[in-house]
Structures are given as C-alpha cells and as structure tokens.
Design a protein around this ligand. Sequence first.
Ligand code: FES
Length: 95
Amino acid sequence: MPQIVLHKSQTKIDVPAGANLMQSLLSAGVPVASSCDGDGVCAKCRLEIIAGEKNLSPRNETEIFLAETNELRADERISCQTQVLGDIEVDAGYW
Ligand code: FES
C-alpha cells in the first residue's frame, strides 16, 4: 500500500494504490488549499513533491494546462488531478 509522507512533520498516511492525492490528504485531516473543490480550475491545491515523483500518475490534460498557465515548477503537482501509485513525500508551504 502506497504511503504519503508529509515532509515537515514526517507524518505517514497509507493510501490504496491509485488514490487521488488531494482526497487522500483531506480524508486524513490534512488541509489542502482549494477554491474549486478539486475541479481542476484553481491550481491552489499544488503541492511540492519532495520524493517519489515517479510514483505519481502522469500529468493529465487538465494538469498540463494548469501547469502552463500557473507556471508550475517541475517538482509541483496539482494534487486534485494526481493519483498516488507508490510511496511519495510531499510538502505545502502552509503545513
Ligand atoms: S483544487 Fe482547484 S485545481 Fe485542484
């Protein structure tokens, strides 16, 4: 079962393979910024991927568009558009 590690607190969250990254964090009580409720519009749910980028689903069309229009860095992902396929470590500036 994939594990999400929160970088600063080193909190570990087990999730089923293929789970949505944003929903997994919210379900675990971890806040994720959003003003579109995961509809792939606001880009506020972006997270920094510290480790395990290869264990995430590839960027879908929505995320590619958001990445271009919001100048996302290569190590940032739109969490509402991302599935967790293996172990990752993530960070948000507000955690
Ligand atoms: S929550 Fe708005 S784009 Fe992800």
